[in-house]
Design a protein around this ligand. Structure first.
Ligand SMILES: [Zn+2]
Length: 495
């Protein structure tokens, strides 16, 4: 049971590890059909580069942006789910910089200083870490447009050219900034897992789409200078990038050097961070209010309307799963850590009566197979019916548990129904006594020493059972095999 809530401000974890990690998360609102300030399609993946653009997202002179109302809906929903205080009046700012990923030479974003008002302020996310409930505080949540996607030939520091695809420019992003409340790479991973589950339950973003959830991290050791890591293109990469950076900074400190305040780029292929530039200060961006956009007024009624439409969140779902399916709290926590996993579990429960058995198979064998393939359940071709059909086949005595494990790994990989795999691989359990007896006789002949031992040592019987299983590639019914071996041994004793 997990009960204690750690107050991040009084955390002793920091003193122990000396590591402080804050995250800046960029979530694409993939539920939208269009970009944040224009009518261009937001479905840019796999499309011809620079084909989904218009004067607004290219920033041509005279074009005027208009805020997408549904993007504000999504942002308000996420802010509510993160316990963040929604601003009734929010404005957009220009962040000025000169770089190829923004043709306007500024990005339309929000700002929390100099009179700027982001969409929401404050909030928190609670999640489980090492048996306690850990809280990470949210500083703010804001809306902004995505810059263009840059593509390098090879690596960023050696590429002879850079390709630019403006299809991504102007896509609606939510930026979520946390306090530096995380004290290890693992904690950061768990926090992001929870955040992703919340956002997916809200239907705001699909984390499976490449680049839909990205992350920058700032990290400091023992109160030293903050280093920012950019370009962590998926939540999966975060742990690796942070681990690398912690080791790099520790080594610097050990050698007596100081850690410079800088921005570093995460190179996922080479798995290291590279120094890009010394960190700009905020004044370099010359933030000022965007004169082409009116402020967004978010009335109490609008918020209420959105609250009314809000779907069930992971914590509420966890409580419901425990109540409805009578599964342990731990199981419900694992299942709701991903929306796809919880959906899969609930669909299985409609098809098969034993929820605990389903959850066991999902948390052990299914999870292991997914991990081996390096994929998530939504990327696997397994369907709930395949798992429940397999469980029914075990119950009916058609296959053994051992064979079922084999079948499951094939289902996860190839997405074929269990019946088809059984047929193809001839995996049906051998229940025919004469057939098993023949194999037992053969094993007895091959292992006379084991037979001798088995007459006095029950452990040696298991060895003989194991040999029969190996001969039949696990297909012999273990119960029948066990009985027949004991009978055969009796006969041997008497002769
Ligand atoms: Zn456009």
């Amino acid at each position: 049971m997990v009960k204690k809530l750690v107050n991040p401000e009084k955390s002793t974890q920091f003193e122990k590890s000396g590591v402080k990690i804050g995250l800046e998360i960029h979530v694409q609102i993939t539920a939208l059909n269009t970009k944040l300030f224009c009518g261009c399609s937001s479905d840019y993946r796999g499309k011809e580069p620079n084909s989904l653009v218009c004067p607004v997202c290219l920033g041509l002179p005279g074009s005027l942006p208009v805020t997408n109302r549904r993007a504000v809906d999504s942002a308000v929903m996420v802010a509510r789910a993160l316990n963040s205080k929604i601003s009734h009046r929010t404005i957009f700012y220009r962040k000025n910089y000169f770089y190829v990923d923004m043709t306007k030479n500024f990005q339309i974003t929000q700002y929390d200083k100099a009179g700027g008002i982001p969409l929401s302020i404050g909030g928190w996310v609670d999640f489980e870490a090492n048996g306690t409930i850990k809280r990470v505080r949210i500083i703010r949540l804001q809306m902004e447009e995505d810059p263009a996607r840059l593509s390098y030939h090879g690596t960023i520091d050696s590429s002879p050219y850079t390709l630019v695809d403006y299809n991504r420019a102007g896509i609606a992003l939510l930026e979520i900034v946390t306090e530096p409340d995380m004290t290890s790479a693992d904690e950061a991973r768990l926090f992001l897992q929870k955040l992703r589950s919340i956002i997916e339950h809200l239907g705001v973003s699909n984390g499976d789409l490449q680049g839909s959830m990205r992350c920058d991290a700032n990290i400091s050791l023992q109160g030293g200078k903050r280093v920012e890591i950019k370009n962590i293109s998926s939540f999966r990469e975060v742990k690796r990038a942070l681990q690398y950076e912690i080791i790099r900074q520790k080594q610097l400190i050990r050698r007596g050097s100081t850690v410079k305040q800088e921005t570093r780029h995460w190179d996922a292929d080479r798995r290291l961070t590279i120094s890009l530039r010394t960190k700009e200060t905020e004044s370099d961006y010359r933030y000022f209010p965007e004169p082409d956009l009116v402020p967004v007024e978010i009335s109490e009624n609008w918020i209420k309307e959105i609250e009314f439409k809000m779907p069930e969140l992971p914590d509420a779902r966890k409580t419901r799963l425990v109540k409805e399916f009578d599964i342990p709290e731990y199981d419900a926590g694992v299942l709701t850590s991903s929306k796809a996993l919880a959906d899969f579990f609930e669909e299985c429960c409609c098809l098969y009566p034993d929820a605990k058995k389903i959850s066991n198979w999902i948390m052990t064998d299914l999870a292991r197979n997914l991990k081996d393939l390096g994929i998530e359940i939504s990327e696997s071709k397994i369907k709930p019916k395949y798992l429940t059909d397999m469980l029914k086949l075990i119950d009916e005595g058609e296959i053994s548990g051992k064979i079922a494990k084999k079948i499951l790994s094939k289902i996860v990989r190839d997405g074929e129904p269990p019946q088809k795999i059984i047929q193809k691989e001839n995996l049906i359990k051998i229940g025919d006594k004469t057939q098993i007896q023949k194999i037992i006789d053969k094993v007895f002949e091959e292992f006379p020493k084991a037979v001798q031992d088995a007459k006095t040592d029950p452990n040696a019987i298991n060895y003989l059972v194991g040999q029969v299983m190996q001969e039949t590639r696990g297909k012999a019914d273990p119960e029948i095999t066990n009985k027949l071996i004991r009978k055969t041994l009796e006969k041997h004793k008497n002769t």
